[in-house]
Design a protein around this ligand. Structure first.
Ligand code: SAM
Length: 289
């Protein structure tokens, strides 16, 4: 069967199944061979790899993954797509489709069972409405993954990659950069999809660290402070942390900033990940002593 990356094949499949795209599932299917090759290249998929694909849709990216990986497990929420996938993936014997919500799947169990607990690659054209919970779930739950290569909304990719002092820098940048090194591999315009999304897209690769680049005594405290400081990003760091309900007093924050030789009026958006880590460590050491 000719591949779905040929727009005519995708259009014929829509007609054959009388398929109605569901906005609530973020369904925008790829129809550009160049972009599909770019995703496979950025993910660095080889015949040794097990790949987890999130949201195969018609199976467009899955066809490419099946040809380059040892095994592909694809999780699709929309049951109307299962008969389509049975047909479009019929030529491949190394693909398993699971009809479920990725946020409810025991991914770690799946990796243990099918890949002996060895790290897998996650590759997807993500449904944009749940990009952050999917990515943060993979990172925070310490699922064995060596890289995550995904299509996301362009602005979200830029936020993940941003550094201090830029408008895109925020809680998502710091959360992602604590676990992984982000790299934007391609920008992708709306005309590469059916139907066309209203936003630009980008392929981002997150290369997971073996260990975080900074040492943090209390991760929860650090991320509470990060969230609080970006929830009120125009306020000073000390005010936003105290107003944000983090259980530290202003005096202790001021003392910690002094020890770090930072201004009392500094805003959270100016702090690097290692400065947030140092601040959290100073505050938790003091609390524990
Ligand atoms: N991979 C296909 C492609 O590139 O053409 C489709 C990508 S489309 C942007 C996102 C896909 O994710 C859709 O097929 C949608 O039904 C599926 N999806 C949405 N929410 C999901 C969820 N919670 N769990 C699993 N799949 C989901």
């Amino acid at each position: 069967m000719e591949k779905l990356s040929n727009p005519q094949v995708t259009i014929a499949t829509i007609k054959k199944y009388d398929f109605a795209f569901q906005k609530k599932f973020g369904q925008n299917f790829l129809i550009d061979e160049h972009v599909l090759n770019k995703i496979i290249g950025a993910a660095g998929v080889t015949k040794d790899d097990m790949v987890l694909e999130i949201g195969p849709g018609f199976g467009t990216l899955t066809q490419y993954l099946a040809e380059s990986a040892r095994e592909v497990v694809a999780v699709e929420i929309d049951k109307a797509l299962i008969p389509v996938l049975n047909e479009t993936l019929a030529d491949y014997d190394n693909v398993t489709v699971i009809n479920d919500d990725i946020l409810k799947v025991d991914i770690e169990g799946l990796v243990n069972e099918r890949n002996d607990g060895k790290p897998v690659k996650v590759v997807a054209n993500l449904p944009y409405y749940i990009t952050t919970p999917i990515i943060m779930g993979l990172l925070e739950n310490h699922v064995p993954v060596d890289n995550i290569t995904v299509m996301v909304q362009k602005e979200v990719a830029e936020r993940m990659q941003a550094g201090p002092g830029t408008k895109d820098y925020g809680a998502l940048s710091l959360a992602v950069q604590y676990y992984a090194k982000p790299y934007i591999a391609a920008n992708v315009p709306p005309n590469c999809f059916i139907p066309r999304p209203n936003v630009g897209s980008a392929v981002i690769r997150l290369e997971l660290f073996d260990a975080p680049p900074v040492k943090v005594i209390d991760e929860r405290l650090m991320f509470q402070m990060i969230r609080a400081s970006f929830n009120q990003r125009r306020k000073t760091l000390q005010n936003s942390i105290v107003n944000g309900g983090v259980s530290v007093t202003k005096d202790r924050i001021v003392a910690a900033l002094k020890r770090m030789e930072l201004s009392e009026t500094i805003r959270g958006e100016a702090l690097t990940l290692s400065q947030f880590a140092e601040l959290a460590n100073l505050l938790s050491e003091e609390r524990d002593s």
